[in-house]
Design a protein around this ligand. Structure first.
Ligand code: ADP
Length: 204
């Protein structure tokens, strides 16, 4: 089972992704986490992407696609793993096409795209309280100004993916403003219907 989590920054994708991955033996892959690790390591990629991330822009498609491609290969090599859950990738149409190619090479496809929806002002309120509650865990891109930029990038670049996946019969929309447990239940309810939707399914 291969899933994509779509949604604006701060919608709670990461939290839900970890739970879903555990319950369904999926590997949760977050390009944001991979890129932050590269920055922390000070690797060549980290140096290239640092300032872009701090300003809230998107790093080049080729960089994230190659990170994802490597991690997907690694995940397929683990027989205990039933699939992957992508969080933060794809973020634009170019990346969506790249992902399809990468998956096709592995004889795989996307089973469902879950979009966690949340209004912009709710996102800003969430991030402001996150900063107030955990000042030590504050990320470089956790400022209201950078968040506004990230939200704009989301509307301009990522939002068109909803239509893209809706047209393919893969999109399920979830209200991300509900409490964490309720969002988790809605996600499980959507996943229970996965056999009914479009997309190539492997036997068994
Ligand atoms: P959030 O979900 O809070 O928006 P992420 O952790 O997914 O944040 O991403 C943080 C930053 O990493 C993004 O603002 C962007 O600069 C970069 N990034 C993550 N994933 C991608 C991607 N698929 N394409 C381009 N840039 C990305």
């Amino acid at each position: 089972m291969n899933l994509i989590f779509l949604g604006p920054p701060g919608a709670g994708k990461g939290t839900q992704a970890r739970h879903v991955a555990e319950r369904h033996r999926l590997v949760a892959l977050s390009t944001g986490d991979m890129l932050r690790a590269a920055v922390a390591e000070g690797s060549e990629i980290g140096k290239q992407v640092r300032s872009i991330m701090e300003s809230g822009g998107l790093v080049p498609d080729e960089i994230v696609a190659s990170l994802i491609s490597e991690e997907l290969k690694r995940a397929r090599g683990d027989s205990a793993v039933e699939g992957v859950l992508l969080d933060g990738f794809p973020r634009n149409l170019k990346q969506a096409k790249m992902l399809e190619e990468i998956l096709a090479e592995q004889d795989e496809s996307i089973d469902m795209v879950l979009e966690l929806g949340l209004e912009d002002d709710a996102l800003l309120r969430r991030i402001e309280s996150r900063i107030a509650e955990n000042p030590s865990e504050r990320r470089e891109d956790d400022t209201p100004e950078v968040l506004r930029r990230r939200i704009k990038v989301y509307h301009d670049e990522t939002r068109p993916l909803s239509d893209y996946y809706r047209e393919r019969g893969l999109l399920r929309q979830i209200d991300g403003s509900a409490p964490i447990e309720e969002v988790a239940r809605s996600i499980e309810a959507a996943l229970a219907n996965i056999g009914d939707i479009g997309g190539k399914r492997k036997a068994g």
